[in-house]
Every structure is written in structure tokens, then in C-alpha cells.
Ligand binder design. Structure first.
Ligand SMILES: [Mg+2]
Length: 347
């Protein structure tokens, strides 16, 4: 039996974005690696807002798993979900469980020399296009510089996290219609502001408007933004359970769905979401802003899932205070090839 021997959590502390890395070792010395959601940035105390997520893993989840059979991934997910239900079925508890789940899948794949994508049924895409997801830069010069750097790798889609609509204008003026532009404001606007901003950006033909409204799950207002602007909407990175996603999809608001694998409960939930997404016939664009095990796991999931449309690649200038655990996936002509490595490894 492959017994879970050790679970270790490391918070890699960076000024703008930390990472919560989970390593699980079994009795045969196989290792699996996972990642929980990373927490909000805390430049004054790097990693400070990640520590509570690490604590869930160390103090609640780990003691329930040690000595158990590492192969029983679904059972562990169900047992841990059931055990922690009174902490809520959304939020920090599920973020911790996501890190554990990805590590267990990775361990199983590496031990059996199988890629996660293969275990999920194999790739249904040979390549997938990626878009460069720029962090909030608040500088036209940097936005242009980073867009040029992406174009040099053949990437033709750029996502902005700027709240001022003139950035879309700046990109269109500089690059014309050679690029697609997505805009994500992480729930910054009121309804009226979002409609106004949406109508301005519409003139510059944006591909999607992501999480336009504060609070981010005010579905009624989000629906109104879509109706009043006619711009396709994206969202879903702050949904957690299968029920959350079903409720959201039933509302018929979004064109692009963006589940975040470090929030939903890892690969175990992701594979179930693929079915839901297929049933609702909506474009899947897995959310990710971490070049780490979670991005690699997302890529395996994305390739096994029929409706995947885009892969999000964090696109961060050097010395920006984002340190990443893994290397950037190989990008050729703006596309990523199907993963073939064992576990979550890409090659
Ligand atoms: Mg977003």
C-alpha cells in the first residue's frame, strides 16, 4: 500500500504574490506536489495573508490524512469535505483541500508514470492558445512593453487588469487589430460605472469584460452589464462548489467560465466540472495567476476538457515582486502543446 507518510507546506513569500506549495510523500518515497490558492498580497508582511491557508493544511487536513492510502483520492476528498463542512463549503478550507488534492493526483500520476491529462481520459486538443495576463501595471509604458514581449512569443491576446478604460485605447492605437484584448477589473465598478466603462471599451472591440461588478457575485448587476453593453462577460474564479457553478450557469450570464483550480477543490472537482461545462456548452478558460503546480495542473485539465478555449498565462515584468515556483510553460506561436509529462509535469 502507498501510505501517506508526510505532508509539507511551504509558503514562498513574495511582496506581490506568494505561493502555497504542498508536498506529499508516500511510504515508497514517491512525492506529489500541489498548490493551494496563494492569498492576497501583503507587501508589508509578504506571505502574511497566505499563512491562514497553509494553517488549514497543516492543522486540519494533514492529521486526517497521515497513514491513509494515497491512492484513494476521491475518498479523501469526500471525507475531508464532509469533515470540514462547518467551516463552510467555500473559502479557505476548500483552498487548502485544493492543494492537497493536486498533490495526491500528482503523486499518483508520477508513481504510475501517467500524465494527469491521460488519467482524465487523454487530450482532446493538440494545442491550446494562451493569453498573456498582465498584472495591474498602472503604466501605459509598461503595458506596451509587456504586450510587445508577449507578441514576440506569438501571443496575440492580452488581458489587462487596469481599471481606467483608456488603456484599451492605448493598446488599440499601438497594436491595431492585431491583438485581442480582454479586460479584468476584479469587481471594481458599481453597476453604472461598469456600464459606462463597458460602452467605452466596446468601441475598441474587447473580447471579454471580466468580473465587472462589486461585489463580484452580484449576478443580477452583472447580467445587466451584459445586456446594456453587449460585451461578452467572463467570470467564475470566485466560485467554489459544483452547486455554485450550476447556479451560475443556470443564470446564463457568462460567455467564458474561469474556474480556479486552487479554489474549487483541485483536480477532483475540475474533472466533474468538465462534464457540467460540456452540458451547458460554455467556453472554459481556467483561471490562473501562478506559475506553479496549479498552472501545470490547470493545463492538464484544460487539455482533457472539450470546451477549453484559452489558457491564462501570468505575464509579469521582472522584479515586479512575483516569484514563481515553476518555469513558464513553453509557448510557440502563442500556443501550448498538450502535456505529456508524468503527474502534473508538462513534459
Ligand atoms: Mg480575473
Amino acid at each position: 500500500m502507498s501510505e501517506i507518510k508526510n505532508i509539507k507546506v511551504d509558503v514562498l513569500k513574495s511582496k506581490q504574490k506568494s505561493q502555497v506549495i504542498v508536498k506529499i510523500t508516500d511510504s515508497e518515497n514517491n512525492e506529489g506536489i500541489g498548490e493551494a490558492w496563494w492569498g492576497l498580497p501583503d507587501p508589508e508582511n509578504p506571505g502574511g495573508y497566505s499563512d491562514p491557508i497553509a494553517s488549514v493544511i497543516e492543522n486540519i487536513l494533514t492529521p486526517k490524512l497521515l497513514g491513509k492510502n494515497a491512492n484513494n483520492i476521491e475518498k479523501h476528498w469526500q471525507d475531508l469535505s464532509d469533515f470540514g463542512y462547518r467551516y463552510g463549503d467555500q473559502g479557505i478550507y476548500l483552498m487548502g483541500l485544493s492543494g492537497i488534492d493536486i498533490a495526491l493526483w500528482d503523486l499518483f500520476g508520477k508513481k504510475n508514470k501517467l500524465s494527469i491529462c491521460q488519467i482524465l481520459g487523454g487530450a482532446v486538443h493538440e494545442t491550446l492558445p494562451c493569453y498573456a495576463s498582465l498584472p495591474p501595471l498602472r503604466s501605459p509604458k509598461l503595458v506596451i512593453q509587456e504586450t510587445k514581449r508577449a507578441i514576440n512569443l506569438g501571443i496575440t491576446a492580452i488581458k489587462l487588469h487596469e481599471i481606467e478604460t483608456n488603456y484599451v485605447n492605448i493598446l488599440r492605437t499601438e497594436f491595431g487589430n492585431s491583438i485581442k484584448i480582454m479586460v479584468d477589473v476584479n469587481g471594481h465598478y458599481s453597476l453604472l460605472e461598469a456600464i459606462k466603462a463597458g460602452n467605452k471599451m466596446k468601441e475598441h472591440n474587447i473580447t471579454w469584460f471580466e468580473e465587472p461588478i462589486k461585489p463580484m457575485r452580484d449576478y443580477k448587476s452583472i447580467k445587466t452589464v451584459g445586456e446594456k453593453t453587449g460585451i461578452p462577460l467572463a467570470g467564475g474564479e470566485n466560485e467554489y462548489t459544483l452547486t455554485d457553478f450550476k447556479n451560475l450557469l443556470d443564470k446564463d450570464i457568462l460567455t467564458y467560465l474561469q474556474p480556479e483550480i486552487t479554489k474549487i477543490g483541485g483536480i477532483t472537482t475540475a474533472k466533474k466540472l468538465s462534464t457540467l461545462i460540456e452540458m451547458y456548452n460554455i467556453a472554459l478558460c481556467p483561471h490562473n495567476f501562478s506559475i506553479g503546480p496549479s498552472l501545470y495542473a490547470s493545463i492538464h485539465w484544460a487539455f482533457s476538457s472539450l470546451k477549453t478555449t484559452w489558457i491564462e498565462i501570468p505575464w509579469v515584468p521582472e522584479n515586479f515582486g512575483f516569484d514563481f515556483y515553476n518555469e513558464l510553460p513553453k509557448i510557440s506561436n502563442g500556443k501550448i502543446k498538450k502535456p505529456t509529462g508524468f503527474g502534473i509535469n508538462l513534459e
